[in-house]
Design a protein around this ligand. Structure first.
Ligand SMILES: Cc1ncc(C[n+]2csc(CCOP(=O)(O)OP(=O)(O)O)c2C)c(N)n1
Length: 555
């Protein structure tokens, strides 16, 4: 029996458990779209391929499953790249399928040809060009396996149109053949013993938690570790939600916009116990002043992350959840009264704060939203002040409730990521906290959420500026606001033009009711909150400074 390539591809996606695909058609994927016409899965037609990649990414972050997106050759594939790079920097499992021109035309400057595997080599965990229909099913299987195993990441499969149109006689070969790829999940027992001993001996330990804890579903183990050891916990932006932000042991986020307590604690600690974090420069600040008197333990599934930026004394290579389960029985409770007293003192003396005023304060809006939204609400963010205020002022209590572009810092991520998360969780509240600049990078996805009945809410903190850029210009460029002021459309009318609900507030006293209306509304909503235009995110550590050298917002 002969089977078409397009059918083989779709059947393999089904076998891999694909429930929803985000994508956009074009010539080189028409045979594939024909097979998708009656496939047993949901298809979400986005309005720009960048949004397909971010939506698949949001789906993956919200569920822990592999996100799938499809685009045509040439411009379709190049439009995907920002989304793929975003997923790659944050280790998100994606399979991106792109159409390619016919095999005999590759390299000929054929219509809508781009060297997709060449372009995406450095922004994928792995990529493939399928040149023979006999390799198709196996390649898709391998793509899923690579995307989800070890340190997860995006895998791209480029499929020439003649391969999807060809027919294969007999059963497709589906056996994965990856002899050189063996991600290590179990930590070395000796290293685990050393890590436990270091924690037991430490007087001033800090558990330093990154996105890897969320990716490996290790939050329960992490909480047990913190409570057993009685050790304070700080999280990177990607780690927020891995440990309850309102737990007595939580210090909140560390780094450039970290809390004073977190940044002081790391600087004074004698043990940084890192789990699934990669010591990004936004977190470490000046490397030679990062935790100068601390030993460093680092648990990570990716050996290339060990000692990449910060010297690690005790590396443990393995899956965070597995390693923590091995480690837990070896960890003892420590009183560490002096350390906890010092941390309590920092928290008391330097709480996060902002000044009042007549205008709406973005921090107050986020605090109020956090009070009103159910605990399982999924928050996505754009990039800029909106993202940092969300990280500081919203209390995340559960993993996979904050979806944000950490590594690449991609404006335009939050709205399509929210629609991807909403496709996965139709009954949960999903809110994109946006800036007026970022939302305009993928605002066309309003059409997608309306057509596909995805009731995403967008809370625009509208300051009339590219706010974080303006803040840096204020603080570090003598207030020369070079091209950071924005004249914006009427967001309420934009929402209405697309068939969504639009709301605007300009006074602090209107905020609560508007948030309530946004949450209560059944369909998609744009809530335009006109906030204080020159509000800053504080504290901030200037680039190149040590993380305990924060400025602004300190009592
Ligand atoms: C695609 C992209 N382009 C440029 C930047 C640089 N950048 C970082 S924050 C920012 C301003 C964001 O403005 P807005 O979305 O209005 O958010 P606000 O900071 O005002 O909350 C810019 C331009 C980026 N992160 N991503």
């Amino acid at each position: 029996m002969a089977t078409k390539g397009s059918r083989i591809l779709v059947e393999t996606l089904v076998e891999e458990g694909t429930e929803v695909i985000f994508g956009y058609p074009g010539g080189a994927v028409l045979p594939l779209f024909d097979a998708l016409y009656d496939a047993p899965m949901r298809f979400v037609l986005v309005r720009h391929e960048q949004a397909a990649a971010h939506a698949a990414d949001g789906y993956a972050r919200a569920t822990g499953r592999v996100g799938v997106c499809i685009a045509t050759s040439g411009p379709g594939a190049t439009n995907l790249t920002t989304g793929i790079a975003t997923a790659n920097m944050d280790s998100i499992p994606l399979v991106a399928i792109t159409g390619q021109v016919r095999t005999h035309l590759i390299g000929n400057d054929a219509f809508q040809e781009a060297d997709t595997t060449g372009i995406t080599r450095s922004i994928t965990k792995h990529n493939y060009l399928v040149k023979d229909i006999r390799d198709l099913a196996r390649t898709i299987k391998e793509a899923f396996y690579i995307a989800r195993s070890g340190r997860p990441g995006p895998v791209l499969v480029d499929v020439p149109v003649d391969i999807t149109m060809a027919e294969l006689d007999g059963e497709p070969d589906k056996r994965i053949r990856l002899p050189g790829y063996k991600p290590r999940t179990e930590g070395h027992p000796r290293q685990i013993r050393l890590a436990a001993a270091a924690l037991n001996e430490a007087q001033r330990p800090v558990l330093f938690v990154g996105g890897g804890v969320i990716l490996s579903n290790a939050s329960d183990e992490l909480r047990q570790l913190a409570e057993t050891a009685n050790a304070p916990v700080t999280m990177t932006l990607m780690g927020l939600g891995a440990f309850p932000g309102d737990h007595r042991l939580s210090l909140g986020m560390l780094g450039m916009h970290g809390t004073p307590a977190a940044n002081y604690a790391v600087t004074e600690s004698d043990l940084v116990f890192a789990v699934g974090a990669r010591f990004d420069d936004r977190v470490t600040g000046r490397i030679d002043a990062f935790a100068p008197s601390a030993k460093v333990v680092h648990i990570d599934v990716d050996p290339s992350s060990i000692s990449k930026t910060v010297h690690v004394d005790i590396p443990v290579v393995g899956d965070a959840a597995q390693v923590l389960r091995e480690l837990l029985p070896q960890v003892r409770h420590g009183a560490r009264d002096a350390w906890h007293a010092q941390i309590a003192e920092w928290k008391r003396k330097h709480p996060l704060s902002y000044n009042g005023g007549d205008a709406i304060k973005p921090q107050a809006v986020i605090q109020e939203l956090c009070r009103m939204a159910p605990e399982d609400t999924i928050i996505t963010t754009e990039v800029g002040q909106n993202q940092m205020w969300t990280a500081l002022w919203y209390t995340f209590r559960k993993p996979r409730t904050l979806l944000t572009s950490g590594g690449l810092g991609t404006m335009g991520f939050g709205f399509p990521a929210a629609l991807g998360a909403q496709a996965a969780w139709p009954d949960r509240l999903v809110i994109d906290i946006a800036g007026d600049g970022s939302i305009q990078m993928n605002i066309q996805e309003l059409a997608t959420v309306v057509q596909h009945k995805l009731p995403v809410k967008v809370l625009i903190l509208n300051n009339g500026y590219l706010g974080l850029v303006r803040q840096w210009q204020e603080l570090f460029y003598k207030k020369r606001y070079s091209h950071s002021r924005m004249e914006n459309p009427d967001f309420v009318k934009v929402a209405e033009a697309y068939g969504a609900h639009g709301l605007r507030v300009t006074e602090p006293k209107e905020v609560q009711e508007a948030l309530r209306e946004m949450i209560r509304t059944e369909g998609p909503v744009f809530l335009d909150v006109v906030v204080a235009p020159e509000e800053n995110v504080f504290p901030i550590v200037p680039v190149g400074e040590a993380i305990n050298r924060m400025i602004g917002g300190l009592a």
